[in-house]
Design a protein around this ligand. Sequence first.
Ligand code: GSH
Length: 174
Amino acid sequence: MIDQIDEIEVVTRDEATWYFEITPLARVPVLVDGEVVLADTRDICSYYDGLTENKHWFPEESHETRYMRHIVGGFLDGIAVWLRKNYRPEGQKPEPVMRYEEHRARKVLQWLEPHWDSKKSMGYTSLALACAIDIATDREMGKNWGKLAPKIVNWAARKSEKPVMKATAPMPLS
Ligand SMILES: N[C@@H](CCC(=O)N[C@@H](CS)C(=O)NCC(=O)O)C(=O)O
């Protein structure tokens, strides 16, 4: 399936970007498939499951998997906040906000370490968790997380080595 997708590089967070013509939020990812336009990772994964008639990304729905998805989703949101604040020049970074997000991320990792079963397929939630850890590690926020949650951080590192993860990794910051 991935070889049937044309990946198009776009510029975000720029008032002049042509990408606003595709989507008024100018956020990635967006999937355009004929008349279908989808703009959220979760919906795109769900669309994929519909096309392929399997449950690759959403294998099982239970209270446990929904709660896990909620925790991982919030973890990813917190990392996104931290990264956005970190783009600011030195001296203009909101330290309390960033410290709080670091604290929250550590709390999540400590909670996940005994709860996360990497052998159990969590589909979309696994993808979101691996991407969150990968991006945070790559951009300094997660530099000490290996000591805090070694099982999960090692799992995420192995996952990020997979060809599909490498092929869809975020572009380096310019
Ligand atoms: N909930 C959305 C989040 C999308 C999102 O925040 N994308 C970020 C990059 S990871 C973005 O495009 N940021 C640019 C901006 O906020 O203008 C999803 O899961 O796809």
